[in-house]
Design a protein around this ligand. Structure first.
Ligand SMILES: [Zn+2]
Length: 89
């Protein structure tokens, strides 16, 4: 039986997401991509529901306020800044 996390996802998926979030926060200096507040989560630039990938290039550091105030793919394009330049990991 597959171990599940609190959200019903397989444990491996949860730890992968956690690892990705940590990488993205590290890369972006733990500063929210949208408002500059301290970031604790990672946000998809292109929502997964719109075909966005889970690659670090599609993820930016994001504070909980910005993350939760946004529905999937509903953030107005005017608020969006260009993706950060890709860096070596
Ligand atoms: Zn923010």
């Amino acid at each position: 039986m597959t171990r599940r996390d609190a959200y019903g996802r397989p444990a491996w998926a949860s730890s992968y997401a956690t690892r990705l979030t940590r990488l993205v926060l590290q890369r972006d200096g733990a500063v929210c991509h949208y408002c500059g507040a301290p970031a604790t989560t990672a946000d998809h630039l292109v929502a997964r529901s719109l075909g966005g990938s889970d690659e670090p290039a599609n993820l930016v550091a994001c504070c909980t306020h910005c993350n939760y105030s946004k529905g999937a793919g509903t953030r107005p394009a005017t608020v969006r800044r260009p993706a950060p330049p890709s860096r070596e990991w």
